[in-house]
Design a binder for this molecule. Sequence first.
Ligand code: PLI
Length: 460
Amino acid sequence: MKNDYAAEPYRIKAVEPIKKTTRDKRETLLENAGYNPFALKSEDVYIDLLTDSGTGAMSDRQWGALMQGDEAYAGSKSFFRLEGVVQHITQYKYFIPTHQGRGAEQVALPYFVKKEGMAFISNMHFDTTRAHVELTGARAIDCVIEECFDTSTYHPFKGNFDLKKLRRIIEERGAENIAGIITTITNNSSGGQPVSLENQMAVRNIADEYNIPLIIDGARHAENAYFIKQREKGYEDESVLNITRKQLALGDIFLMSAKKDGLVNMGGVIAIKDDEALYEYCRTRIVPLEGFPTYGGMSGRDMEAMAVGLEEALDEEYLRHRIDQVRYLGDRLRKAGVPIQYPTGGHAVFVDCKAIAPHIPYHQFPAQSVVNALYLETGVRAVEIGSFLLGRDPDTKENLQSPLEFMRLTIPRRTYTYKHLDVVAEGVVKVYQNRDKLRGLTFTYEPPVLRHFTAKLKPL
Ligand code: PLI
């Protein structure tokens, strides 16, 4: 393992103690949580890799900016400051803040659904995006390249659309039945995998050819841009900001959970390139759903912190360290023989649990079993991204089988050190070595939507 991982480009000004628990205690805690780590108290977690969403550390500049929050109900100064930053980055005309990414989804997505029987096509829908698509009555179709399902083979852009398949789906369903194409950057569900600019451009051309709106789900747009700079010919010398602008220039609307590459704990973005009718729709709908259009679910101080965070997330020293931390953890696991989605993506290491626990069928949730074993081993909380999360077919109500069964080790931004990642790696390796002992799970309670958040399970 070559030691070329970037050191932290910051020093630490505030610390938050975390505490270890014993294995016996964790056995009880996990049982009480219904074998679903979402139900654990965070104080019972040693290293929390559940998500990178809203869990990062803010900078001193962001904490300073909080004091400048203007909490006016209408026309807040903080809104205009944030609007300026969003316009600077996206080069779009219109901006509306939302409380988080799913707030943006619930406001904007219904606009595109003009009749019954429509579908959205994405490289991969994130689970809340899928849920909001289905709430509009439309269907969510994933269309990522086949290489993404071969976890062990290198491909620089495993988040890419399968362009042939995209065309085929549009032709088969009829372009008039496609509500929109959603480009998710990075592609969270396949491993935080980037989408090349070439692929994004080709998707835009197809959208134009069939007159279909293009929506960018840009929760991790800066990480995607960084990968393009690293891996795509012709962009080595471009700034990440420029690459981001090139990505966003391809969309009609940009929806963003700012809890990721906005470097804040809460916040979201609807940015609209120039479609006035779409803007008017969102501006009207935001009021009952989120709040008045100049705060849309955010406090003034949070808008100030986000204005700073959106720019810091494009800092290339920051991004290098961020991506290196993820790569470091991935390299440590690969070295010990643990199968992971390779190469590692932008925000997490995705452990291939189909390969680790082939004896557990998809409807007994192999990756959830690995997640639970890791918590018992070291007090590290990870999350399942597989058939447990995918849920049931909205028409047949059958359990859907995810093509990938992942345990996601999600690295919060600017929060943990390489030493923490060593602890995580050692825990995962122990679970891997004892993989024959892993057992499947069954429901004791299953909620009707987004079941993985609140379901209760028991081991078989
Ligand atoms: O959690 P929200 O509502 O701020 O954002 C929803 C959302 C939309 N798109 C993508 C690609 C996401 O990854 C996403 C949220 N992700 C979460 C919570 C995660 O743990 O990955």
